[in-house]
Design a protein around this ligand. Sequence first.
Ligand SMILES: Nc1ncnc2c1ncn2[C@@H]1O[C@H](COP(=O)(O)OP(=O)(O)O)[C@@H](O)[C@H]1O
Ligand SMILES: [Mg+2]
Length: 317
Amino acid sequence: MEPRLVILSRGPELYSTRRLATEAEKTGWIVDIVDPLALTIVVDEEGGRVFHKGWPVQCEAVLPRIGYSITRRGVAIVRQFEQMGVIVLNSSQGIIRSRDKLVACQMMAERRVPVPITAHVGAWEDTDRAVRRVGGTPCVVKSTEGTHGSGVFLINSFQQARQLVYQMLERGMRPLVQEYIEESHGSDVRALVVGGEVVASMRRKAHGSEFRSNFHLGGSVSKVELTDEQKEIAVTATETLGLELAGVDMLESQRGPLVLEVNSSPGLEGIESSTRINVAAKVAERITSIYESLPNLETLADDLDVGVGSERSQGTS
Ligand SMILES: Nc1ncnc2c1ncn2[C@@H]1O[C@H](COP(=O)(O)OP(=O)(O)O)[C@@H](O)[C@H]1O
Ligand SMILES: [Mg+2]
């Protein structure tokens, strides 16, 4: 029987979701795209299960595409699938770590993955000292939990930095003060890592005078060949956070590549269009190879002449 893959996504029509579903189907998976917010977790003395419209969700693998705004709820679903022994790409832990810029930075620095000098300021009165520690102004102030460039600011004076840090703390955000890598000129490189290998890479360039290269802010993309050093750093960063699939963003500084961010649900549109590489197929192949490397419970059960589980697959819709 064909194995089942559940793609957790709120946008079945999104480019990345569609591409992943298509390629997984081509590799022999029965694919269901399910809105994570439509799922219910029930935990009882037998462990826990996930239900969709009253039916238990039975699948061999899960591919989470959890948006930032629903990280906590989405991660709870992913964790439940992990506990049920389902293959997940990426793990709940990996997603959580990658969504917190401070945690990611700490973990990478510990493994000697180069990152920009970064300070987490606990009290606004400490802002000036933090700015000096990261090399003075201009510097970057960002929220630990932002995305699409929305919480990232280029700061030109100590007063501006103090004000912004104060406002962020007031709103319960955790501000980071970071060294500004001016020489990267509004451009960075993204390595798409799947199963411990860089499968595609692109350069992202900021639009006009903007310093943030995010696609959502009008940034443009083009194909780029990475150096061996950049590839190695991207793979180590991905492993450090415990991810199978990641988009690793690196700035090119005078002292070499610096990892800015590791995205656990990287978009595929920009990278597939600029490189013409079938990244979705690489992801599907990776899930298949993990699935095939697991001991086959059904043949094992046949050999032992016992049944497997008590419930048959109900699908998810
Ligand atoms: N320290 C920095 N030096 C230079 N450019 C930066 C720095 N931090 C962020 N940027 C620019 O801003 C963009 C968004 O920053 P990032 O930390 O990735 O936040 P987000 O999660 O919102 O994408 C980056 O892609 C990069 O172009
Ligand atoms: Mg980013």
